[in-house]
Design a protein around this ligand. Structure first.
Ligand SMILES: Nc1ncnc2c1ncn2[C@@H]1O[C@H](COP(=O)(O)OP(=O)(O)OP(=O)(O)O)[C@@H](O)[C@H]1O
Length: 713
C-alpha cells in the first residue's frame, strides 16, 4: 500500500543545541504518529546511539595513596532512632523485575519464545492503555476510526490483542505497587516491573515500518543528523550550559525580571533559551536537557507568567483555583522547586506557593491550604492524589489548573507512579499547557509521555545526537571488586578524596534504604563526617539533613535513590555509586548530582564482578575502568572492627533489603540459587558468619521459599 508520510515535521536548529520536533494535528494521517511516534523521535534524537569517541582520560586519581597526616574530619553521624523495620516487602511478588538492564544474549533460555511472545502482548497492552488514555484526552475514538482506514491490519491486530489481553499483565504489575503513602519510597521501584521491561524488545513488524518511515522522513524533510550546526557542536564540546540570551529579551513581567536579577541569573541556560519562546507561544513542551542546567527555572518562569496574566480571584471565592500544578517525584525535589518558585516570586507578593508532600500531616496541609490558598502548588504524586480524594473542595480548585508540570517526567510516567499521575491528569482540565522536563527521556517512556501532552507539543532536545548525556567535565570511573572488599574500598576512596579535596562534598548512593543505613552507620563508626537520607527517615530529618548538606562542605551524604534526581546540592566533588544502579537513567541522574552549572566533578561506580554486565548499558558514556587502589591490612582490620560496632538489627535489615533488591534485578534475580549465594557473600562482607534469618512470610513473598542457603524464621 502506498504510504503517504503523515507528518509535517519542523526542525529548528537555531543558535542553540536545542532541537524541536513538532507535528501537525490536522495532517491527514495522524495514526502513524500515534503508533510510531517514539520511533520517529528515536532516529531524530538518537538517545541510544553508540558513540565511538571516548576521551582519553588520565588514570584516575583514586589509585594514589593516602597522604600521611591528611585531615579527616571526625564527627559522629547524625543518626536518629529509626522506627522499627516495617514489613517493607509486603506486597512483594515473585518474579517482579526491572527491565531496563537487559542483555538479550543472556536472556535466551528454553522459554525464550514464550517469554518474548508474552512481552510483545504486554507491550501492546500498554499501547492500548495509552490509546485509551489519549482517547479520553483527545476524544479520540472518532479520530481512531478515521485513522483506522490507513492501516486496517495494524488496527485489527491492536483490537484483537486488546480483547485477548484485557490488560492482564498491566493490572498484575500495578497490583504489585506498594501502597505506601510516601511517594518516593525507593523500595517501590524495586518491586515494580518497569515499563522498559515491556517495551524493550523489538517487534519485527514494526521495525520494518520504522525503517521505512526513517527513510521517508529523511527524504521528505531533508532531515539528517548533519543539520546539527557547527556552533551547536562547539557548544556541546564545551558543554557550556549558559547562553548569551538575556531574560529581558522575552516578554516577561518586570517583577519576575527583577527577581531573576536578584537571584543572580544573568543570562539564560540552554534549556531555558530553547523552551521559553515555545512555551510563551502557548505550546506544550517535552524537554530533555542535561542535569544541573536550570530546568526548574525553565518551567517555573513561564508558569509564573501564566499566573501573573490570569485575572485575580475574588477574595470571596471559597475555592480559589490552583493555576499552576508542579509534580515532582520526591519530597526533597518538591521542596526545592517551591523554594526556587519563591525566589522567582520575590516581587509578586500576591502569588502564593504551597507544597504538599508525603511524610507530613495531611490535616496540617489541608489547614494551610484553607487559610492561605495558593495559586501554585508543588506536590508529590501520592500525597496529591490523597488530597484529590480526601480534601473537601480540592478537586474543584484543581479545575482551575492552566499549567501542569511533570518534573523528572520519565520517572513520573514510569510504572511506579503512572497510576497516580493518570489520576491527577484526569483531575485537571484538558484545556491546559503541559511541560514535561527531564535529563533522560528513554525511548520506551517517550510514547507514554504523549498521554499528558497535546498533539502539537514540541520536543526540545538539548542533548544532541553525537553528544553524550553526561557532562564532559565530570570524570567517570568504574571499579570492579569482589563484595568482600567493597566496604574497605569505599572507606579508602573516601579518605583519599578527603585528603585531596579540602572542600570535599561527597554523595554515596546505595541500592536500598536499609543498605544506605548500614553504610552510613559504618562510615560514622569510622569517624567520617556522614549524614544519611533515605525513605526510612522521618521527613523532618530528611529536610534538615538535606538543607545542611546543601550549605555545607566537608561532608559525606550517604543516600538511597531519594536523592538521585533533581536535587541541587552545589559543589558536590564526588558521587560514588555502590552496587548496581536501578538502570542507565538512574546512573545518569545520580552522577548528575556533581558537575552542576558547569562545575567539575568525579563519579565512581563500584561493582562486583557479577554486576559488570551493567556497564554495557553505559557504553556510550565516557566511563573508564579504574585500577583498584591498594588497601593496607590495617584499613581492612579497622573496617572489620567498625562493622562489629554496627547494630545487628541494621545488618539483618540490610541483608534482607539487599536480597530484595537483587531479586528484583532481572539478570541476577532469575537464578535464585545464585542470588542466595551472592546475598550470603554480602552477609559475610558485613562480618556475619551466618546469614540472618528471614521471616517465612517474606521469603514466600519474594519467591525464595526453600532456596538452599537461606535461613527462615
Ligand atoms: N539562568 C541561570 N543562570 C545561572 N544559574 C541558573 C540559571 N538558571 C538556573 N540556575 C541554577 O542552576 C542550578 C541547577 O538548576 P536545576 O536544579 O534547575 O537543574 P536541573 O536541570 O533541573 O537539574 P536536574 O536534571 O538534576 O534536575 C540551580 O542552582 C539554579 O538556581
Amino acid at each position: 500500500m502506498p504510504l503517504k508520510f503523515p507528518l509535517r515535521i519542523r526542525f529548528f536548529t537555531h543558535s542553540l543545541p536545542g532541537t524541536h520536533l513538532s507535528y501537525n494535528p490536522s495532517s491527514s494521517v495522524p495514526l502513524l504518529f500515534r503508533i510510531f511516534s517514539s520511533r520517529l523521535n528515536y532516529f531524530e534524537f538518537g538517545s541510544r546511539i553508540n558513540f565511538s569517541t571516548r576521551p582519553n582520560r588520565d588514570l584516575p586519581e583514586f589509585e594514589r595513596r593516602i597522604r600521611d597526616g591528611g585531615e579527616i574530619r571526625a564527627s559522629k553521624s547524625l543518626i536518629e532512632d529509626e522506627e522499627e523495620l516495617s514489613n517493607w516487602v509486603s506486597g512483594f511478588r515473585t518474579g517482579s523485575s526491572r527491565g531496563r538492564i537487559t542483555n538479550e544474549g543472556e536472556d535466551a533460555g528454553p522459554n525464550v519464545e514464550d517469554r518474548s511472545r508474552g512481552r510483545i502482548q504486554e507491550k501492546r497492552g500498554i499501547r492500548n492503555q495509552v490509546d485509551s488514555f489519549r482517547d479520553k484526552r483527545y476524544g479520540g475514538s472518532k479520530n481512531r476510526d478515521r485513522e483506522a482506514s490507513f492501516d486496517g491490519r495494524k488496527e485489527t491486530s491492536f483490537r484483537r490483542d486488546r480483547d485477548r489481553e484485557d490488560y492482564k499483565g498491566l493490572r498484575k504489575r500495578e497490583d504489585r505497587r506498594l501502597e505506601d503513602e510516601s511517594s518516593d519510597e525507593d523500595v517501590k521501584s524495586l518491586v515494580m516491573g518497569g515499563i522498559g521491561d515491556l517495551l524493550s524488545e523489538d517487534d519485527e513488524e514494526e521495525d520494518e515500518d520504522y525503517e521505512f518511515l526513517k527513510k521517508k522522513a529523511v527524504s521528505a524533510f531533508g532531515f539528517d543528523k548533519e543539520k546539527v550546526t557547527e556552533a551547536d557542536k562547539a557548544r556541546n564540546a564545551n558543554d557550556s550550559y549558559l547562553t548569551k540570551t538575556r531574560f529581558d529579551q522575552y516578554p516577561l513581567s518586570p517583577l519576575s525580571l527583577k527577581a531573576i536579577k536578584d537571584a543572580g541569573y544573568e543570562t539564560m541556560t540552554v534549556v531555558q533559551e530553547a523552551t521559553l519562546p515555545i512555551i510563551l507561544k502557548g505550546k506544550d513542551v517535552l524537554a530533555k536537557a542535561k542535569t544541573g542546567t536550570g530546568k526548574t527555572v525553565a518551567f517555573l518562569l513561564p508558569s509564573i507568567e501564566v499566573v501573573v496574566k490570569s485575572p485575580p480571584t475574588s477574595p470571596d471565592n471559597k475555592r480559589p483555583p490552583i493555576l499552576a500544578l508542579v509534580i515532582c517525584p520526591t519530597r526533597e525535589l518538591a521542596n526545592q522547586a517551591a523554594t526556587e518558585a519563591n525566589t522567582l516570586l520575590k516581587y509578586h507578593p500576591s502569588i502564593g506557593v504551597q507544597v504538599v508532600i508525603g511524610g507530613t500531616r495531611l490535616g496540617l496541609e489541608q489547614k494551610l491550604m484553607q487559610t492561605n490558598p495558593c495559586q501554585i502548588l508543588v506536590a508529590t504524586p501520592g500525597r496529591l492524589k490523597d488530597h484529590i480524594e480526601n480534601t473537601p473542595g480540592f478537586a474543584t480548585r484543581l479545575k482551575g489548573v492552566k499549567v501542569l508540570v511533570l518534573d523528572e517526567a520519565d520517572h513520573l510516567l514510569d510504572m511506579g507512579f503512572r497510576k497516580d499521575i493518570e489520576r491527577i491528569i484526569s483531575a485537571v482540565p484538558k484545556e491546559r499547557q503541559t511541560f514535561l522536563f527531564s535529563a533522560t527521556v528513554p525511548e520506551e517512556v517517550r510514547q507514554i509521555c504523549l498521554v499528558a501532552l497535546r498533539r502539537d507539543h514540541e520536543f526540545v532536545n538539548c542533548v544532541h545526537e553525537g553528544t553524550i548525556e553526561t557532562h564532559q567535565q565530570v570524570k567517570q570511573m568504574h571499579m570492579i571488586a569482589s563484595l568482600d572488599r567493597h566496604f574497605s574500598l569505599v572507606y579508602t576512596l573516601l579518605r583519599q578524596h578527603i585528603v585531596d579535596n579540602v572542600d570535599y562534598k561527597v554523595i554515596v548512593f546505595c541500592t536500598t534504604a536499609m543498605v544506605t543505613k548500614l553504610v552510613a552507620d559504618l562510615l560514622g563508626e569510622l569517624n567520617l563526617n556522614v549524614r544519611e537520607i533515605h525513605s526510612r527517615k522521618p521527613q523532618s530529618y530528611r529536610t534538615r539533613v538535606s538543607n545542611e548538606f546543601r550549605k555545607s562542605k566537608g561532608l559525606i551524604l550517604v543516600t538511597s535513590d531519594v536523592s538521585a534526581r533533581g536535587v541541587d546540592y552545589p559543589d558536590v566533588t564526588l558521587v560514588v555509586q555502590v552496587g548496581l544502579p536501578k538502570d542507565r537513567e538512574q546512573y545518569i541522574h545520580r552522577l548528575g548530582r556533581t558537575g552542576r552549572k558547569g562545575k567539575e566533578g568525579e563519579g565512581l561506580l563500584l561493582l562486583a564482578p557479577w554486576e559488570e554486565y551493567f556497564l554495557s548499558s553505559l557504553k556510550d558514556l565516557p566511563i573508564t575502568k579504574s585500577p583498584l587502589p591498594s588497601i593496607d591490612p590495617e584499613t581492612v582490620k579497622k573496617v572489620q572492627k567498625a562493622l562489629c560496632h554496627v547494630e545487628m538489627r541494621n545488618k539483618e535489615a540490610a541483608y534482607q533489603a539487599w536480597l530484595g533488591y537483587y531479586n528484583s534485578q532481572k539478570m541476577i534475580g532469575r537464578d535464585k540459587d545464585r542470588l542466595v549465594e551472592l546475598a550470603n557473600e554480602f552477609s559475610r562482607s558485613m562480618g556475619l558468619d551466618n546469614p540472618p534469618a528471614i521471616p517465612k512470610l517474606i521469603l514466600g513473598k519474594m519467591g525464595l521459599k526453600n532456596v538452599p542457603g537461606l535461613r527462615a524464621k
